[in-house]
Design a protein around this ligand. Structure first.
Ligand code: ZN
Length: 247
């Protein structure tokens, strides 16, 4: 079974379509979504529709999904994110908004070997930014492989003999990681729709537990078209600009 792992799509339909086309070429069986389908981008309704159509085998909600769904208010957001969240909420069809309302909180177990969450296995809204965060998350993770999102930074780290080590970052078009037995992994596939590692290319991963491997991918997409959709929606220009610089 090969799982296409998508995270932090953020209403970027152009990036999502490019990722799905590339993933189809690589080959996958089922879809796993780590949350933040919407927020920031110009096509929230179309993106939720597309994800629903993929019928993910497992999906968890992100913090932006909660605000767009009306489950949480936007008091934790900065002014720009709040403006986008309010516009997003108004742009969603009742069915697509209900889909966001229905999304479960992480962490959820995909199977005996894989756990999925948006922020951290400890708390769906926590960010894993540094070694301390990663160690706490690995101790909390109930499966050997923990997939997470939220930071928009693709990374693979593992814990061997209580020591945390960086295994890979997704700087190449394809980065293959062979997963060793009896080792705990923390893996962020990166963000489909708003990368923040200084690389504007969309990020995703394909996990193959049977082959004990994961491949991190980066694909260029039509950033100009995604930026145009943000500006057409009347959203802050800074949200369009950041897609171009990958920040
Ligand atoms: Zn996000």
């Amino acid at each position: 079974m090969r799982y296409l792992v998508l995270s932090d799509i953020h209403a970027n339909l152009q990036a999502l379509e490019t990722v799905l086309a590339a993933a189809t070429v690589s080959g996958y069986d089922q879809v796993v979504v780590l949350g933040d389908l919407v927020g920031y981008g110009g096509d929230p309704d179309a993106v939720v529709e597309r994800i629903r159509g993929l019928d993910p085998v497992i999906i968890v909600r992100g913090n932006h999904d909660k605000v767009a769904a009306g489950i949480e208010d936007s008091s934790g957001f900065n002014a720009i994110a709040r403006r986008a969240a309010i516009w997003t909420r108004e742009s969603l069809s009742p069915e697509n908004r209900q889909y966001l309302v229905s999304l479960p909180a992480g962490p959820l177990a995909l199977n005996d070997s894989v756990l999925v969450c948006h922020g951290s296995p400890e708390d769906e809204d926590l960010y894993i930014f540094n070694d301390r965060d990663a160690l706490r998350a690995l101790r909390e993770a109930t499966r050997p492989v923990c997939l997470f999102g939220h930071t928009h930074l693709p990374i693979v780290v593992h814990l061997v003999d209580e020591t945390l080590e960086l295994v890979a970052r997704a700087t190449e078009a394809e980065t293959r990681v062979q997963l060793a037995p009896a080792v705990k992994y923390l893996i962020n596939p990166g963000s489909v729709g708003q990368p923040r590692d200084g690389d504007s290319r969309a990020a995703f991963a394909i996990l193959d537990p049977g082959a004990s491997s994961i491949v991190l991918y980066r694909v260029p997409y039509d950033v100009n078209a995604a930026q145009a959709r943000i500006l057409e929606a009347g959203l802050p220009a800074s949200l369009a600009h950041r897609l171009g610089v990958g920040r």
